[in-house]
Design a protein around this ligand. Sequence first.
Ligand SMILES: Cc1cc2nc3c(=O)[nH]c(=O)nc-3n(C[C@H](O)[C@H](O)[C@H](O)COP(=O)(O)OP(=O)(O)OC[C@H]3O[C@@H](n4cnc5c(N)ncnc54)[C@H](O)[C@@H]3O)c2cc1C
Length: 377
Amino acid sequence: MNNNTCIDLIIVGGGLAGLVSAIHLSKQGIEVLVIEKNTYPRHKVCGEYVSNEVLPYLQSLGVDPLKLGAKKINRFMLSTPKNKVIETQLPLGGFGISRYTLDHALVQKSKENGAIIIQDTVTDIKFLDDEFSIITKNGGSYKAKVVIGAHGKRSNIDVTLNRNFIKNKSPLLAVKTHLKGDFPDDLVALHNFKGGYCGLSKVENDSINVCYIADFKSFQKFKNIQDFQQKILYKNTYLKNVFENSEPVFSKPLTISQLSFSSKKPVEQHVLMCGDSAGMIHPLSGNGMSMAIRSAQMLSKLLINYFAGTIKSREMLEIMYEKTWNNEFKKRLKTGHIVASLFKMDYFSELMLLGLKNFPGLLPKIIKQAHGKPLIV
Ligand SMILES: Cc1cc2nc3c(=O)[nH]c(=O)nc-3n(C[C@H](O)[C@H](O)[C@H](O)COP(=O)(O)OP(=O)(O)OC[C@H]3O[C@@H](n4cnc5c(N)ncnc54)[C@H](O)[C@@H]3O)c2cc1C
């Protein structure tokens, strides 16, 4: 690719939002360059439960998670730190697939459609005279008519763009591993413990994905992850049972810190933010991946109209994207936030579970609020 020519589109970050946009837009003949800082395939800290709302859309793009061995999931189990438990059918259901497999399949499809993917870190984005200049760590310099920021929840590029949320420190960290052991294929479980919660579900190769979020302060008091798990997580007997009767697949768990759910803007300095870079829902809702995929679909549809000249100006494109994004996601983010705050209060979470048990129709309703409807392809 000639660094001096101005191409149609550069996508910063090749996670779900970036790759789905790349597939959708390159299929329509739009020139796409994805710049991703990491290599593929790789494991990522993620609960790996994906809502079915995006399944038909992924299939229409030529990536079928079920053909990749994803587990169909239709039951949900919730337990409190005091081991009270409730189970329900999931209103829409979902599937379990590792990011290792899913992201890799999306990369293959993007390349098949003609998108170019390079491994590098974007260090600067400038908008001048109606075009973008992008600089990378390895000395690359590129020009594009449009830039999608699909760089995830927190990135060096948020600092470069001086985004407001990046200034807030977050006390949350996340740990993820894969285990081999006994666990139903069709279940996603959310087990709460003091200061956090842990999601469990099976993925394509029969591993149990275990992913938990904890408060850094409570974590700090312990020597290491093992010690923390045994002293805190094991108080939830469901978690203790899974950990004690399984074998680890990874040599050591993956961790990330600085998990922030502060609100963000879907458009910043003319960069169209997509996926977590536009806004991140609490992982306990199990809807972040669908939101990333859904936002990629929404943005791709608008961009096709923009490149075809039906959307007449950049200003109009940005207004339309911001409006569609807010209509689609604001309510889900709010529900996710409220539920997560309630679960933070141990006493309240026990009470809430009691309430949910007495009104069995309530839990599926709350789940529906944090999820979208199946996507129209
Ligand atoms: C602990 C945890 C558990 C979760 N569990 C679930 C779940 O069970 N179900 C669910 O639906 N969602 C879950 N989520 C949310 C889900 O992981 C995210 O919503 C989803 O990954 C967002 O996709 P994305 O494409 O926006 O970002 P990502 O998938 O994070 O992709 C961003 C990409 O950008 C790259 N990048 C960043 N900066 C640069 C740069 N400067 N230059 C080049 N590349 C860059 C990164 O390397 C990365 O590959 C969970 C999240 C967490 C933290």
